[in-house]
Design a binder for this molecule. Structure first.
Ligand code: GCB
Length: 728
């Protein structure tokens, strides 16, 4: 018999790096908290990059009833980022890594009265990942803490947080059968293992054959089997598993159970507004409901191991998962062992989940590190570890856009993926298309995916002329319309993941009208508002029932004589009514556009296959200032009318590449850029020395480069005047 007690109540919390003896004295005083808990719920979400990163204590008395066991283990499902466990002042364990489960044996150290004290630290250091990344590293005991009481004879609990049971199903699609190997770890002699109604008594490992196997078949039928193992002592473990076949093809993309199954979905960060990473099961379920509504069939669970409950939800809902460790942005010479231990734990703890398709080795690791032998060796070691522990799954990596496609690091994982933000941080939307076309043409035999893309949007901001960098809901929607079409035209992309499903905390950010948030989410941080771009993907992916969405509901006050009404729908035909009158009916796919004259206040209704959506908009004489984030940049849009610019001469509308191909015009911009570079130091050097980046910059217009660099109106006008004086 195994008894599990979740230690929710009774904790005292102390935000101070004090010695254990002092901390223990707080077992009955100090701030009372319940778990899950993070100390960065406010300061980690409000901007300024000033959240508390240090050591805190969680102290609790254990009752006699709680400690009554033959063998007693403490299970911690998430202690961010490092933790030390003390019982009655004696240090029993240290764990490094904030996202995985670990266990500590308490039996043998118990006394009459027992005080458990756990110090947790999210202080910066040079050996535990993550240290540099675009999200808040919340500190705390932010998942469950449990006591597990087991008999003397029991399943293994200590090694890398193992579930004690490992199930490997191998499916024969032709024979419609699966061979299921169940391995167990325990200190007994024999074990009874049961799968699908059949029980075998073995020492450790048993093999079963399931005929007429019901497959775990993605969204359509994510069927789960259960394997149970029981020792004579009564200790029992069980796990669900799924029988499925994943495969990747460099031309045809991803395959599930022998059929083409393009993976199209989103990434998820786990945190929430007002809660940080201290989530309830209800929170996880609510996230999954949004994912189902969207119609995504894959999730990249970024950038670390997520809660077991969430992988369970992915199993149950047929979502194919990319799982990864937080080896991110910057390689640390002292962090090699930590990358390996976090990967060991990830695989040990997530192995049985049928949803997991790939192990991600790292994310944008060359953003702040050179590709040198040390980095390559670390990746080879991780890759080998994955293959050794799990020959059934592929490894992958999320590459930063400026990583050269012929870099040797791309040859390490089984398949690859790029994070590209053309059309947001840098460059134009179409450069994404060009990037993949070039890659695929150069390496037709390599499997490539699109692991991140997105644009920030604050749903308070709106524009009829959306532009990169304006943070409007409309630009985000346009950006994703482009990407959706780009993806649909490239079936070889094995997986694509929008960055991100939800806005999330990045305390170092301060932009787009919000402090401390990355606003690339399709849904707001508190999950209360779906931005228009959410419905674009819903229209493309969710086939369950007809739906229609009117874009621009929050963009009520408009100035223009004729305004565009955009409708997203999964139906083939959409009708638009203005003030009750039918304006038009259009056939098409996903995006439907109507132009309507704006006179006063209008009630707009879109209708398709028996469903409808309505909104109200009105004509105003002056632009509504509350819709504009960057008032200075917004005025730039219309500076130059077409007739103001002489097309025979250079202008800021030409690309940097075109301008540089002319000696005189090139000298002008080079001089200007050299001045900018001397002000920027190492960043500029990194740009100068990076040929991939140089090529990309060459394709951008001078105007977009200047705006991106934050140039003011007068210097842009001045440069344009000079360029207009130079004949092409
Ligand atoms: C990336 C990172 C991700 C960031 C994202 C962004 O490439 O992998 O962690 O949040 O870009 O929004 O800049």
């Amino acid at each position: 018999m195994r008894k599990i007690t979740t230690l929710t109540e009774g904790w005292r919390f102390l935000k101070a790096a004090i010695p254990v003896d002092t901390a223990m004295a707080y077992a009955t005083q100090g701030e009372a908290v319940t778990l899950p808990h993070t100390w960065n719920v406010i300061d980690g979400q409000d901007g300024g990059n000033d959240y508390y990163r240090g050591t805190c204590w969680y102290v609790r008395e254990l009752t006699a009833e709680e400690t009554d066991a033959e063998r007693l283990f403490l299970e911690i499902n998430g202690a961010a980022m490092t933790a030390e466990v003390y019982l009655n002042g004696e240090k029993l364990a240290r764990h490094e890594g904030g996202y995985s489960t670990f266990r500590v044996e308490l039996s043998g150290h118990l006394a009459e009265k027992n005080i458990l004290a756990i110090s947790v630290s999210n202080e910066d250091n040079t050996s535990v990942y993550p240290q540099k990344a675009d999200f808040t590293f919340y500190g705390g005991l932010y998942r469950a803490v449990k006591l597990i009481a087991v008999p003397e004879e029991h399943f293994e609990l200590l090694r890398d947080g193992t579930p004690g049971i490992k199930v490997t199903p191998v499916v024969d699609l032709e024979k419609k059968s699966a061979t299921v190997t169940v391995e167990t770890w325990h200190n007994g002699k024999t074990v009874d293992i049961t799968v699908n109604g059949e029980t075998k008594t073995v020492e450790r490992t048993a093999e079963f054959v399931i005929e007429n196997v019901r497959l775990w078949d993605g969204l359509e039928d994510p069927y789960l089997y259960t394997a149970t193992a029981k020792l004579p002592s009564g200790d029992e473990v069980s796990t669900r598993f799924g029988c499925r076949v994943f495969a990747c093809d460099s031309e045809k993309g991803f395959f599930l159970n022998g059929r083409s199954y393009p993976l199209r979905g989103v990434s998820r960060h786990q945190d929430r507004k007002g809660k940080g990473n201290a989530l309830s099961y209800e929170d996880h379920k609510a996230d999954m409901a949004i994912i189902r509504e969207l119609g995504a069939n894959t999730l990249r669970l970024a950038h670390y191991q997520h809660a077991q409950e969430f992988y369970d939800l992915c199993d149950e809902n047929g979502i194919v998962v990319w799982a990864e460790i937080p080896y991110i942005t910057m390689h640390m010479s002292g962090g090699r062992e930590n990358t390996l231990s976090q990967m060991r734990e990830l695989i040990t703890q997530c192995y049985n989940h049928p949803c997991v398709a790939v192990w991600g080795l790292s994310n944008e690791i060359t953003a702040a590190s050179a590709v040198n032998e040390e980095l390559l060796e670390n990746h080879r070691a991780l890759n080998e570890l994955c293959h050794r522990m799990d020959p059934t799954r592929l490894t992958t990596m999320a590459d930063v856009f400026m990583l050269e496609i012929d870099s040797p690091i791309l040859e390490i994982p089984d398949i690859n993926s790029y994070n590209l933000y053309f059309g947001w941080y840098l460059g134009e939307l179409e450069q994404t298309d060009e990037f993949f076309d070039e890659y695929h043409a150069k390496y037709p035999e390599r499997v490539i995916g699109f692991s991140e893309y997105g644009a920030d949007a604050n749903p308070a901001f709106h524009s009829s002329r959306p532009e990169k960098g304006d943070y409007t809901e409309e630009y985000q929607a346009l950006y994703h319309e482009h990407m959706l079409a780009m993806i649909e035209a490239r079936p070889y992309l094995w997986a694509t993941h929008v960055w991100n499903l939800f806005d999330f905390a990045a305390d170092g950010r301060d932009e787009g009208g919000k402090h401390g948030e990355n606003q690339k989410g399709l849904v707001t941080f508190d999950r209360s508002l779906r931005k228009d771009a959410f419905y674009l993907y819903k229209a493309a992916w969710n086939k369950t029932e007809p739906f229609v969405h009117l874009c621009g509901k929050r963009y009520e006050n408009r100035c223009e004589e004729t305004t565009e009404i955009k409708v997203y729908s999964n139906c083939g035909e959409v009708s638009l009514y203005v003030d009750g009158t039918l304006i038009g009916t259009q056939s098409g796919k996903t995006v439907f556009r109507f132009a309507i004259p704006l006179m006063g206040e209008h009630l707009i209704r879109a209708e398709a296959s028996g469903v409808s959506d309505t909104m109200c908009i009105r004509r105003v004489s002056e632009p509504d200032e509350s819709y504009i984030f960057n008032k200075a940049a917004a005025s730039v849009t219309n500076w130059f009318d077409a007739d103001e610019i002489d097309p025979e001469c250079f202008s800021i509308n030409d690309t940097l590449g075109e301008i540089r191909s002319h000696p005189q015009a090139g000298a002008v911009v080079d001089a200007m850029m050299a001045k900018g570079a001397s002000e920027r130091g190492d960043v500029a050097d990194a740009v100068k020395d990076n040929p991939a980046l140089q090529r990309m910059l060459g394709r951008m217009t001078m105007l977009s480069l200047l705006k991106q660099g934050g140039a003011d109106e007068e210097s842009i006008r001045q440069l344009n005047r000079i360029l207009q004086g130079i004949k092409k």
